[in-house]
Design a protein around this ligand. Structure first.
Ligand SMILES: *[C@@H]1O[C@H](CO)[C@@H](O)[C@H](O)[C@H]1NC(C)=O
Ligand SMILES: *[C@@H]1O[C@H](CO)[C@@H](O)[C@H](O)[C@H]1NC(C)=O
Ligand SMILES: *[C@@H]1O[C@H](CO)[C@@H](O)[C@H](O)[C@H]1NC(C)=O
Length: 347
């Protein structure tokens, strides 16, 4: 079966599939003549996940357009046009792309992110079919791929965590062709381990759908947590970008022991529809702004995105929310220093 037909055979599933990995391009040249990715610091990129509802599936309208407008404003500010946009998965709600000519691609991607400042490569899986690039040159979707930038000083690992999710695995759509039951979580973990072991980059950055830790509706993903913490402890990946929970959160897991992992998790899953429940309580009342995970630095149950500036020694992550100052001022800024030493060899 041609790949496109195989892909067409996965229906609702797609959402999670897409969710899976977020991808971007493999190697700079894979982006084609139209696309140049930076080979020097600083790198500027947006991260947005769990988007693709346009605005028409809810009586009050979802906020995909609003978040896209906030992204456009940021691109027009002193920050400048981002070099690229990372998607942390779950694109094209509610069912994923249903074929390669699906109008949702136009309606929920091309026409939403239409501002001039957003005409940069975007990484979101049908989604995996390079033929989509004929519809929109910005589209670069891959699963389990490494992307090296800044002359090899920065390695992004686009890691597919969906096979770790027991719910996805046993869902009715888990068995569709190309779906999660035909994939292997242990293989994906070994892939990441081999990639991290081989990487000589100063910044090792993981991009995936499921966060290891989270205060959001889905919370901690234990399979991902166990795998990631063993790897970041040994190989010193500093930052893990995720979506899955429809909110924004910054977590820093740092144990006092030198031998424990020290890494930041940036959850950016507010691309179009916040959950209506999921965060903690303040004075006994449910609150959208009280993240509950012990490692949480800041979090809000809100729509939004993050804008990242990556320099040699520091990563600055600015969080933009529709709930605060209409999205024009960052509501939280994370400053993440590069870890200078590689991890201890624990073997
Ligand atoms: C693609 O899927 C959409 C939505 O299900 C459908 O309306 C359209 O006819 C399909 N196009 C092709 C070429 O199969
Ligand atoms: C869209 O964002 C606004 C402002 O933050 C919020 O009040 C509204 O509830 C959001 N809409 C939906 C459907 O979540
Ligand atoms: C907030 O931003 C949205 C989208 O840019 C805009 O439509 C709305 O008018 C703004 N509201 C205020 C109070 O500035």
């Amino acid at each position: 079966m041609p790949r496109s037909l195989a892909a067409a055979a996965r229906p609702p599933l797609l959402v999670l599939m897409c969710a899976q990995a977020m991808l971007v391009g493999v190697a700079a040249q894979a982006f084609g003549a139209k696309v140049t990715l930076p080979q020097t610091y600083p790198l500027r990129f947006f991260v947005v996940g769990d988007w693709g509802r346009a605005n028409d599936e809810h009586p009050n309208g979802y906020n995909q357009t609003r978040v896209a407008q906030m992204m456009a404003k940021k691109a027009n500010s002193a920050y400048g046009k981002p070099h690229f946009v990372l998607s942390t998965g779950d694109n094209f709600y509610s069912f994923g792309l249903r074929n390669l000519s699906d109008h949702w691609f136009t309606q929920k991607f091309t026409n939403i992110y239409k501002a001039p400042g957003l005409q940069v490569p975007c990484s979101p899986l049908y989604q995996l079919d390079p033929a989509l690039r004929k519809r929109d040159w910005r589209w670069h979707a891959f699963r389990n791929r490494k992307l090296s930038l800044a002359g090899g000083k920065v390695d992004f690992f686009f890691w597919d965590t969906t096979p770790s999710d027991v719910y996805s695995f046993y869902s009715c759509w888990g068995g569709f062709k190309g779906g999660v039951r035909s994939q292997s979580w242990p293989n994906n973990v070994v892939w990441l381990q081999n990639q991290l072991a081989a990487s000589k980059a100063s910044w090792k950055l993981i991009v995936a759908h499921h966060p290891p830790l989270s205060s959001g509706y889905h919370g901690v993903n234990p399979e991902v947590q166990v795998a990631v913490e063993a790897l970041v402890r040994k190989y010193r990946a500093q930052v893990y970008f995720a979506g899955h929970d429809h909110n924004l959160e910054h977590l820093h897991y740092c144990d006092s022991s030198f031998y424990e992992p020290n890494y930041h998790i940036i959850v950016s899953g507010g691309g179009s529809r916040r959950y209506t429940k999921g965060f903690g309580t303040s004075n006994g009342k449910p609150s959208d702004y009280y993240p509950t995970d012990p490692s949480s630095v800041w979090g809000a149950l809100t729509d939004g995105f993050v804008a990242v500036t990556l320099k040699a020694q520091e990563m600055v992550v600015q969080f933009y929310s529709t709930d605060f100052k209409n999205g024009t001022t960052a509501v939280h800024v994370a400053r993440i220093p590069r870890l200078l030493k590689p991890g201890p060899d624990l073997d």
